[in-house]
Write a new protein. Sequence first.
Lengths: 246, 246
Amino acid sequence: MSFTYKYPRPALTVDCIIFGWDGQNLKILLIQRANDPFQGHWALPGGFVEPEEELRDAALRELEEETGIKGLFVEQLFTFGSPDRDPRGRVVSVGYYALINLNEYEVKASSDAGDARWFFFDELPSLAFDHENILDVAYKRLQAKVRYEPIGFELLPKKFTISQMRALYENIMGYEINKRNFHTKVMKLGILRQLERQTDVAHRPAYLYEFDEEKYKELTDSGFKDLLFITEGMLLKNKKTTHSKN
Amino acid sequence: MSFTYKYPRPALTVDCIIFGWDGQNLKILLIQRANDPFQGHWALPGGFVEPEEELRDAALRELEEETGIKGLFVEQLFTFGSPDRDPRGRVVSVGYYALINLNEYEVKASSDAGDARWFFFDELPSLAFDHENILDVAYKRLQAKVRYEPIGFELLPKKFTISQMRALYENIMGYEINKRNFHTKVMKLGILRQLERQTDVAHRPAYLYEFDEEKYKELTDSGFKDLLFITEGMLLKNKKTTHSKN
DNA sequence: ACAAAAGTGTTGTTCCTACACCCATGA
DNA sequence: TCATGGGTGTAGGAACAACACTTTTGT
C-alpha cells in the first residue's frame, strides 16, 4: 500500500525533550539510534505522527512508549523544519517538552526503540540530527518560564520542602539562589499548603508542602500574573551550580 | 508528476497572522477564499511550504505576496495539526505572526490569491478552518509578550511620541493606561532616544523618540530582563478600550 | 557540644501606585 | 482665553536586595 500526492510532502514527526529531576540532578532521557542515519548516536525520543492523531497525542504516545507513563505534563515547544535537518529527506518535527519526577515514578528507561538512558544534563553526548539545537531551545524555554512563574511542580514530589524546591530552581537557573529571599517570595505567593514536618533528618526538620492548584489558578486567572518569580537579587551570580551528580 | 510514500503524509502549510497598526487601530489582514473549502469565507493568509524552503522563509514569502513587503518582522507562534482542521484531508499548519506599521509602508491589501482586506480587530468576520482559534492564540501571545517586555516597535513609525506608543499598548491590552506611570517606566528603561518636538499640533507639542536598539539589546542580553513592562497599576481596569476605528 | 540545615528579623533601597498639578500650542 | 493634550511632582506603600541571626534536629 502506498500514498500518492501531486506535490511532495514532508514527513511529520514529534520529538520529545524529557526533563527529569531526581532530587539532585536535572536529567534528560535519550535513546540510542538502532538504524541508519546516525546509527549508534543518541537522540531525542520521537517518531512519526499517525494519520489521525493529534500532535499532542503523538507526543504523549511517544512519552508513554519511552517512560511507561501516561498523561505526562507536556507543552509544545517549537517546530523545526529546515529542509536538510534529516539526511533521508524532509522531515518536519514538532518539539514537545515534558517534565517528570524520577522518584515518584521509578521510570523505566528502556524501550522497544533501542537503548534508552537518562543522562545528567551537563554530561550529554553529542546528538543526532539537529537535536542539540532542539534541546538548547527547550532548556532556554524552561529557564525563561521559571523566571516569571513558578513551574516545575511536575518535577517535584507531591510533598516537598522549600529547600528541595530551591535546589530544583538552582539547577534550572544554573545559579545558587538566596535562601532568604526565595523563601519569602514563595510564601508570599500563597500557592503552597503547609503540611507536617520532615522526620529523621540530622538537622532542624523542614516543613513539607504541597502545591495548591486552586490558589495557583486564581493567581494566573485573576487577570495578571505580575510575578517575576525568580528575581535578580535572588540569584547569587558568583556561584554557578553544576547540575551536581551526587 | 507525482510523489509516492509508503505511509500517508499530511500537507504542510504556514498561516500568517498579520497585525497592523495605523496609529489608531489594530488591524488584521485577511484574504477571501476563492476556492472551495470555505469559498467566500475570510481566512488567514497562508499557503504550502515549498519542498526546499525554511518554514520561516515560507512565512516571509506569503507575507510578501500579500503585503508587498520583504523582511517583515515575524515570529513562530504555534503549530496546529488537528486531523480534522481541514476538510480536504490532513493539513498541519505552522502559524507565524507578523507586525507591521500601516503608515510607514502604505500596504497594498490585494493579491493574486483573491481579495485581501484589512479588518479592524474588533470587527472581524467569522473565519475559515480553525483560523479563529489561531488568531486567538496569536492575540493572547501578543498580549503576553507586551506584559514583560516592550515590543511592537515594528508597529510604530520610526519617530513616535510616548502618547502614540501608549495608544498602541492600550489597544493591545484592551485597557486604558495610566499616563504618568507609563511615561515613567518607558523613560526609566532608557531604550528611547529623544529627538525634536512635534509641530503643528493644537496643544503642547510632544517630544518625538526613536527606538534605541543598542540599549535594548544591552537590556535583554545583560542577563535579565526583570521587567514587567506593563504593570498592574498602570492599567485603568474600569476603562476598557475598544479598538477604536476613527 | 557540635554540625548541619531550617527558618526568621531587619534595614536601606528601589519600584509601584495614585494622585494632583503645571505647560505649550493653535484656534 | 480656552480647549487640548503633553509633561512633571510627589507621597505612601509594597517589593526587592543583602545582611545577620536564631532554631531544631541527630550524632
